[in-house]
Structure formats: C-alpha cells, structure tokens
Design a binder for this molecule. Structure first.
Ligand SMILES: [Zn+2]
Ligand SMILES: [Zn+2]
Length: 200
C-alpha cells in the first residue's frame, strides 16, 4: 500500500495519508506496512520543510481503530538562536498512535466516540491522515535553542554585526578604552604634581 496520491481528485488537499477502509474491515491484529515519501504543502509551509517526509510505518488493526508505529524523517529550515542565520536540521518523528474512525466502515454510521477525546481520528472517507500528527510531533521535537555551530559567537549587542564573521568596530573600541579607572589616574597626576590626595 502506497501513500494515496489521488486525494486531490476527491477535493481534499494532498496529505500524507492512506485509505484504510480495507484494513478497518480486517480482523484485529492485521498489519499493513506503508512507505511514506511525500511533501505536504501545509506542513512544508508551517514547519519550513526543505525535503519530503520519508519513512516506513506499520499500521495495525486494533479493536478501536488502527495503531500507527514507525519513524518519519525530513529536513527543516530554522534560524540559529544566536546569530539568526538560516540553518537546516534533520527532524525525526517517532509515531506510536492509535487512530480511531469517525464513521463505522461497515455500516457508514457514526462510530462511537473514543475513550480518549484527544485521539487522532480517521476521516469519514476512511483516509488515515498523518498530517496533524506529524505537525504536533514536529512542534514537540523542535528544540528551544538551535545553533549554527557549537561555538556560535552570535550578534554584537551594540551594532548587530555577526561576530562569526570577525570582530566588529565596537569590539576594538572597547579594547582600546583605558583600563585604569579615571579616579585613580587623577590621583596619580595630583601626586606627581605635589598634591597629597585626602585619605578617606
Ligand atoms: Zn549562529
Ligand atoms: Zn558591534
């Protein structure tokens, strides 16, 4: 079974999904393996994907629906937290979720509500659409901090220059500033001139 590319013809947008009507009619424990190699336009935009989403999944008929297990990967674009440069990283999505039908495949009547109100649902046209699951896992998987490299120097807080490209003007100005506080310089000059500074 391959990802369903004919969905556009049914008025649905292209999604990473499979028609599972046959599997839903199969006995509990029946397994189908599917290969995913798809670009979902919505995910591409939301997650800044720069590759197709790929991987092998196992779909197993359960009492309540279909258990999806397996790993998908794709490459996403993100910004370095420190220097804001665009970088790419591989994202790994590990799926282990039960999808439950909205409509009973045998009777066409509404299926009973799942025990878990947050469970992913199989669409009324018996398409198991992975898009929303991928989106949720991708958000959970995204680290709070991504760096272009371990020792990224970031941006100068004064002029905004990318310090990975070398020191900026502010840095050298700071370096050439007098190391000695002005007060003690003044005391030295006064001593040289014969004045004794008052002791505190
Ligand atoms: Zn950086
Ligand atoms: Zn600067």
């Amino acid at each position: 079974m391959r990802a369903n590319r004919a969905l556009e013809d049914n008025g649905w947008l292209t999604v990473i999904g499979f028609n599972v009507a046959q599997l839903l009619k199969s006995p509990t424990g029946t397994i189908r393996r599917v290969e995913v190699d798809e670009v979902d336009e919505g995910l591409k935009k939301d997650l800044r994907l720069v590759s197709a989403t790929k991987g092998s999944l196992k779909l197993m008929r359960t009492n309540a629906g279909i258990l999806v297990t397996g790993t998908l990967t794709h490459v996403v674009e993100t910004d370095c937290t420190r220097c804001l440069e665009t970088i790419t990283r591989k994202q790994v999505i590990k799926l282990n979720d039960e999808f439950v039908p909205v409509v009973d495949v045998d009777t066409g009547l509404p299926a009973p509500r799942p025990d878990d109100a947050d469970a992913f649902r199989i669409r009324p046209d018996h398409v198991l659409d992975l898009t929303e699951a991928i989106r949720q896992y991708a958000i959970l998987e995204s680290p709070l901090q991504t760096l272009c490299r371990e020792d990224c120097k970031g941006l100068c807080s004064d002029c905004g220059a990318n310090l990975n490209e070398g020191p900026c003007g502010c840095q050298s100005a700071a370096d050439s500033a007098p190391k000695t506080p002005f007060g003690s310089l003044l005391a030295d000059r006064m001593r040289e001139a014969g004045f004794e500074p008052e002791e505190e």
